[in-house]
Ligand binder design. Structure first.
Ligand code: PMP
Length: 397
């Protein structure tokens, strides 16, 4: 194959296509911006995933600092070489124990856990049936898997059953988030598990937004659905949301976990989780055991925020976890609205395409267990006053 060389180009023009795309994104209001978070800011944070307010809890930060001093700032190598410490082993034991699973394996992030689990548990001989709203890390896992991938309608169990029944491969995986990150809605896990069982498929559930918030004492949505010990269910989690730390894990039957140790590329070829992060997650799990009411408080705050904003005329989800999403009329309006909130000291998330599966822009608010009544009052006041000027009220009052 010959490549045409008659285009007048120099090294400076090689990346011209980037500018063309950036201009198109700017026109569509989709430019993204990295904004460093000021330390010790007085802003009211409704954008982070620190659902239980543990990221800055002294018990958690103290454990991270002590572990860094003892074991080092980094883990020094991949998990199978020098990157495993006793903290990693203890964390795996505690995570499995807390969530009721047979075993767990810690990865350096939830993203890596999802890629590792999906690629190691599938391949060209597998059909993957995935909810069309799954998180980007699961999508990437399905893309890397070399499996036949079918996207099923959001929360559509009959479609999943149909795809399983008509698959052309012997092995199958059904893949879903437990709590969907954009709208905070809950997957029908029990029905999905029954459907998988009827069709000889495994079920992989990303419980990133369920752990620490959903179910008894925050044991997660998989535990709440009675599936934690199921022989055909695998759960992935992140340590970076309700646990306030960093890292990820896969939980499931011991033979699955052993298989991942031998074959999951993001486990084998990635540097192990930093000891400070492992210690922080361990300390957070301990807090969860000691304060089992924290998760319910996060849920209460979410439901209170959603109820009050809906009452002011906004289109708001019905939160099943700590995620509250408020619809905006356009990406530009969402950005302007989020900016107006920030100017008044309330930091909210702003979700726009391509991060939203249905192309609808939203403000994404995260409820935290440590928000006070006064914080919630302030949030509702600022979001509703700024939202009116962003044109987001569908039912003015
Ligand atoms: N799964 C879901 C549903 C998530 O929301 C996220 C984080 N945004 C991840 C996985 C990735 O986890 P981590 O940030 O630990 O890589």
């Amino acid at each position: 194959m010959s490549v045409s060389t008659d285009v007048a180009t120099g090294p400076e023009s090689v990346f011209d296509w980037i500018d063309t795309r950036a201009e198109a994104r700017a026109k569509a209001g989709l430019t993204r911006r990295v904004r460093p978070r000021p330390a010790g800011s007085a802003e009211l944070d409704l954008a982070s995933n620190d659902y239980l307010g543990l990221a800055r809890d002294k018990r958690v930060t103290g454990a991270a600092a002590a572990a860094a001093l003892r074991w080092g700032a980094g883990s020094t190598g991949s998990r199978l070489v020098t990157g495993s410490t006793e903290l990693h082993t203890e964390l795996e034991y505690e995570l499995a124990n807390f969530c009721g699973a047979q075993a767990a394996l810690v990865f350096s992030s939830g993203y890596a856990a999802n890629l590792g689990a999906l690629t190691a548990l599938s391949g060209p001989g597998t059909a993957i049936v995935a909810d069309q709203h799954i998180h980007a890390s699961l999508i990437d896992g399905t893309r890397l898997s070399k499996a036949d991938v079918v996207a099923a309608g959001h929360l559509d169990v009959p479609q999943v059953a149909h795809a399983l029944a008509t698959r052309g491969k012997r092995r199958a995986l059904v893949v879903t988030d437990s709590v969907f990150s954009v709208d905070g809605d809950l997957a029908p896990l029990a029905e999905l598990a029954a459907t998988c069982r009827a069709h000889g498929s495994a079920l992989v559930v990303d419980d990133a937004h369920g752990l620490g918030v959903v179910g008894e004492g925050g044991r997660g949505a998989v535990h709440a659905a009675g599936l934690a010990k199921a022989p055909d269910v695998v759960t992935t989690v992140t340590l970076s949301k309700s646990l306030g730390a960093q890292g990820g894990a896969v939980l499931g039957p011991s033979r699955v976990i052993r298989h991942l140790v031998d074959t999951a590329r993001t486990f084998i070829f990635d540097t192990g989780l930093a000891p400070g992060s492992a210690a922080a997650a361990l300390a957070a799990l301990k807090v969860l055991r000691e304060e089992p009411d924290r998760p319910a408080r996060a849920l209460d705050v979410a439901q209170d925020l959603a109820f009050r904003l809906r009452d002011k005329g906004f289109q708001v989800n019905t939160p099943a976890a700590a995620v509250v999403s408020v619809r905006a009329p356009s990406p530009e309006a969402a950005v302007a609205w989020a900016e107006a909130c920030r100017e008044r000291g309330v930091v909210v998330g702003c979700f726009r395409p391509p991060s939203v599966p249905d192309q609808v822009s939203r403000l994404r608010l995260t409820a935290r267990a440590d928000l006070t009544e006064a914080d919630v009052d302030r949030a509702v006041r600022v979001i509703s006053e700024t939202g009116a000027s962003a044109g987001a009220v569908s039912r003015p009052r």
